[in-house]
Design a protein around this ligand. Sequence first.
Ligand SMILES: *Cc1c(COP(=O)(O)O)cnc(C)c1O
Length: 330
Amino acid sequence: MDIADFPKFPLAHLPTPLELLPHLSRELGGPEIFVKRDDCTGLASGGNKTRKLEYLIGEALENQADTIVTVGATQSNHVRQTIAAAAKAGLACEVLLEQAVTRDDDYEANGNVLLDRLMGATIHTCEPSDDLNRDGQALANELAQKGANPTFIPLGGSSPLGALGYVECAFELLTQTILLNIEMSAIFVATGSQGTQAGLLVGLAAEGNSTPVHGIAVSRPGDQQAELVLDLTRRTEALLELGPIVPEGSVLCDGGYYGPGYGQPNDAMVEAVRLCARLEGLILDPVYSGKAMAGLIDKIRNGAYTKQDKVVFIHTGGQAALGAYRSVFD
Ligand SMILES: *Cc1c(COP(=O)(O)O)cnc(C)c1O
């Protein structure tokens, strides 16, 4: 099936800009660094989940859903964007927030949680779970028994359907690189629930482009993350009725930058967030893009790229979480 045949509900401000970061590039003395501004997708402070939600809400509306159910960590950007998308589509929204990261009062109530509450979703909370999608699906089943017609959207919106948003982003990015006459040496992106990296890989491969996509893992070791990304990549190919087009060896995930754990700050993240803010007025986030940028900075300092190289960093958003991490940047 062609990607254009899937129902879509328009939510994102597209195309997002592709911009050079001149000061950061000069400071690091390595490649020219470009940023794809997917933090500027426009919905309730933006981020990468909005592209996925265009397809996920599109399908929910086609199925005449009246309620969206989803899940995430307390400071989930996906949950915040899903609540906003449901509001725009005129649907009720119930979310299940997993209390898996222990921090402070700001973490519990500021940042994304503040916005979630403003937008009026019904918020349920739960203890750390071994299968949050199962718990979210159970909540949806309960609502169905009470007469609602819910659609469950999995963690991070990372079903094959959601990943189509990043197949489309790859097409958009390739068009921009042609217009700007840039030959990419590499793409860097944070990877968590895998939909973003899987979608990018399928989109690039569908266009015959083999630019390496370096996923910087935010929640698990690189080999485990790569296995999950490959699995979603294959399922996304299948949804589009494409044979395997992404070579297995091209799923690159690096688990060297997320320690001590998901949503837990580290020094390299804080340095990356500060550097981009001060040099470029570019605001990263503490959980995803800050750690991914820390990975890119580390590779550049270790000589992975020359001045002739051009590297694209996909800014996946997440700034709404900054207020929840206020004490980290004091
Ligand atoms: C969810 C998220 C990611 C990771 O994308 P996945 O598709 O879940 O791998 C990266 N950055 C931000 C800011 C996010 O919210």
